[in-house]
Design a binder for this molecule. Sequence first.
Ligand code: C2E
Ligand code: MG
Ligand code: MG
Length: 498
Amino acid sequence: MPSSIASTPPAWHRYGMRALAAATVAGLACGLLGGAGLIGAPVPALAGAAGLFLVAGLLAWPAPRKVARPSANQFTELADAELLRAELAERLAMAQPDRPAAVITLELDGFAAIRDTLGQDGLNALVCEAAGRLRAAARGEDMVARTGLAEFVVLQRDGLQPEAAARFAGRLVHELSRPYALDGRPLICGAVAGIAVAGPGLAMEALLAQSAMALERARADGQGTARFFEAGMDTALSARHSLEGALRQAAAAEEFQLYYQPVFDLRSRRLLGFEALLRWSHPERGVVSPAEFVPLLEETGLILPVGAWVLRKACQEAARWPAPIGVAVNLSPAQFRRDEVLDAVRTALAESGLTPGRLTLEITEGLLLEHTEAVLTTLEQLHALGVEIALDDFGSGYSSLAYLWRFRFDTLKIDRAFVQELRRDGKAAAIIESIIGLGHSLDLRITAEGVETEEQLIALSGVGCDEVQGYLLGRPMPSAEAALLAEATRRPATRSAA
Ligand code: C2E
Ligand code: MG
Ligand code: MG
């Protein structure tokens, strides 16, 4: 229950008991939508909060105010940002140093995708249900506010910090992560939390900002995570923001480059094609690894224009190589979300004139975990264009056999982690052998990635692997070098005569 009233009436109490009535009505409405089931995402370790303390809370929101309220808050009946600030200022002024307040900022995950699927009504119902869960989890002296579309702030009145805030944030994340039932349909929606604890001399705005920074960190760490603000986070975040700014500029100025890594037929050692790998040469940072910036491109949505550029560029390049040498392009889940990938592939093929069969699209299992039906449909449509589809990094994630059954991939790429354990670890060899056996029985070609030694090559040959790629055979190279390699393999006789 949301609501015993604090002995010292908090600021929100001034808004009167009507708040409670409104909250109860909203709570009942939300209750109708209440989902069953438990579970909830695991809440990983809460990072330490040296010298910081916090309070979380719940605010049932009251009577209509003078200004028009955003319509969504009519559903949740929670406090808004303005009221949150007023309450926090009051609490900070009255706080006892040994029992500081904590600010917990929470966010529902995958909100945009949910809005696309469920529409505005579904969204309101979800937010309403989430608000009800937070209310129910909070004590009367705590305050719950809604500060964004899918963002809530809970002020924990006091406690022995940081333990109290850690426990409370974990519970809130768990509550928000329990399955929802909207319109009778189950829905899983993760949550993350950022925590900041009040401390001597820490101003209110700084405390809120710390909680928001901790949330950003939790978001980067993944679903189910709650993180405390830590010293240095602001520096790390500003570095990240500057990288993001530079990336936006790079995308606008088309500062990216593609490198190409050769893929060979294992038995004949013939060049089959190249995998296109994105590179960013920054004047000061040097060559930045895609592992560092692709996730940021995904988060900022820049992956859409950049991904379309990669497709166009790779197809143009490949069209100049002798057939049947092909090119493989990596696709991000984000490119599938807006259905843009089909158009991007069509355009790239049409502009370059590349035969569709010479283009392979590499996707990872992560893509298949979300929106499976929609993704499978898009993959079928891509297949219908005549392009090949490869499942990349197989073995590194869930490796669900259901995907192999539901969609007919052309190629399975074994993750390099297995390949690199090949010599030392008998288990890795057994796993690779069974992946190959399974793949072959489904008529798939198998590519091993990350081949670095002759031993690995021999072992792969022994277990019937079809294709290989790795530093031993060729590192990713600029397009001019790739073109030379492609030309050379087309004319072996000319080459040996020269
Ligand atoms: P990936 O698709 O699995 O690409 C293979 C990665 O393994 C490449 O790293 C490649 O340079 C590296 N590699 C190849 N052979 C060896 C080897 O023998 N040993 C070792 N240790 N590494 C090897 P890279 O280029 O840093 O790319 C990393 C990841 O970034 C790629 O993994 C891919 O997931 C992503 N990526 C690269 N280009 C693009 C792109 O254009 N679009 C998208 N969405 N993702 C991309
Ligand atoms: Mg790949
Ligand atoms: Mg890979």
